[in-house]
Ligand binder design. Structure first.
Ligand SMILES: [Zn+2]
Length: 343
């Protein structure tokens, strides 16, 4: 007679029938629950029923049930592994990468041509020993005019075409207020450049914009002379344009300097021969400069008997126009990518 130990429990056939159509992990979990759940699994219930049997039958039936449980568990694990394998294969198929396909090309951004020139001017200045400073674009009348020797009623105020805000504030018309703010905080010697946005009440056209960019420079120390001003600007302009650039000074007037000068460079397009850009003169006006007016020093508490200095200011946009031969200023502000991509 065959021992009951060798006989397969009748539940095994039921389980095999149930397992056959299972096609996913969810169904498999439900099946596992049906047979092995501790509280209501069919195998678990059978095990619980063992208590009712005689000790002799109990051990036989117990062995049989435990063997069934092990077979069910093994069969479930095997099917689970098959599902995993199938999933993995599917994933490999759907996520296949063809390494011979051409890559994606991303459009890379670049610095705006004005920012490029701004940075170049800053870098030259830093190499020459200057510190780059910045200051507020919303200014008081004092810093924009008064402290720069442009008192109320001064004709230079009309020239500036200022954009006024509420509470006696205004949009700075030049970067020069930063000179005052710096001198108030620091004693000489001083060597600073101030690049930044400035504002004027100008209508937009090929050469004007209500917002444009300036870079200002200031040097203060004992014994600074006009020769230092000329030498410094010559070095700067030769670096910025080319080594054979010639520089010329023409007497001019700005309230915050004495003496003051307009600075020209030899035309970079015709090397001084005379062309359309320089209107045949061979020279291009590039900036204003001069020796700091003693009254400006007095405003910030510097001893104007002991210290002298020079200052200059030039338009970053104008330099960019010259360097890149762009004859309409508006092109820099319209942000047409067809234009910007050329730089
Ligand atoms: Zn020329």
């Amino acid at each position: 007679m065959k021992s009951s130990q060798d006989e397969v429990h009748p539940l095994w056939d039921d389980f095999c029938r149930d397992l056959e159509p299972v096609s996913g992990s969810g169904e498999l979990t439900a099946l596992k629950d049906k047979y092995l759940s501790r509280s209501r699994g069919l195998v678990s219930l059978e095990l619980r029923n063992l208590k009712a049997l005689s000790p002799q039958n109990r051990s036989e039936a117990g062995r049989q049930l435990n063997a069934l449980k092990a077979r069910v568990q093994a069969a479930l694990s095997k099917r689970q592994a098959e599902f995993k394998e199938r999933e993995h294969r599917l994933q490999l198929e759907t996520e296949q990468i063809d390494v011979t396909l051409p890559g994606y090309h991303f459009v890379q951004g670049g610095l705006h041509p004005l920012r490029q020139v701004w940075r170049e001017m800053e870098e030259i200045s830093v190499r020459m020993g200057f510190t780059v400073m910045s200051g507020p674009e919303v200014e008081s009348d004092y810093y924009n005019f008064e402290a720069l020797n442009i008192p109320t009623g001064h004709p230079a105020r009309d020239d500036q075409d200022t954009l006024y805000l509420a509470n006696k504030l205004l949009l700075r018309t030049h970067t020069s207020p930063v000179q005052i703010r710096t001198m108030e905080k620091q004693d000489p010697p001083l060597r600073i450049v101030v690049p930044g946005r400035v504002y004027r009440r100008d209508a937009t056209d090929a050469t004007h914009s209500p917002m444009f960019h300036q870079m200002e420079g200031l040097v203060v120390d004992e014994g600074i002379t006009l020769a230092d001003l000329k030498g410094t600007l010559e070095v700067f302009l030769k670096e910025l344009f080319s080594a054979d650039t010639r520089v010329r000074f023409r007497p001019s007037y700005f309230p915050f300097v004495e003496p003051g000068a307009e600075v020209d460079i030899s035309c970079i397009f015709c090397a001084g021969e005379g062309c359309r850009v320089c209107k045949g003169s061979g020279w291009i006006e590039i900036m204003g400069a001069g020796m700091v007016h003693p009254r400006v020093f007095q405003m910030v508490g510097y001893d104007s008997e002991k210290y002298t200095g020079f200052a200059w200011g030039m338009g970053i946009d104008r330099i960019a126009q010259l360097k890149h031969q762009v004859d309409d200023l508006r092109l820099f502000f319209e942000n047409d990518l067809r234009f910007l991509r050329q730089f």
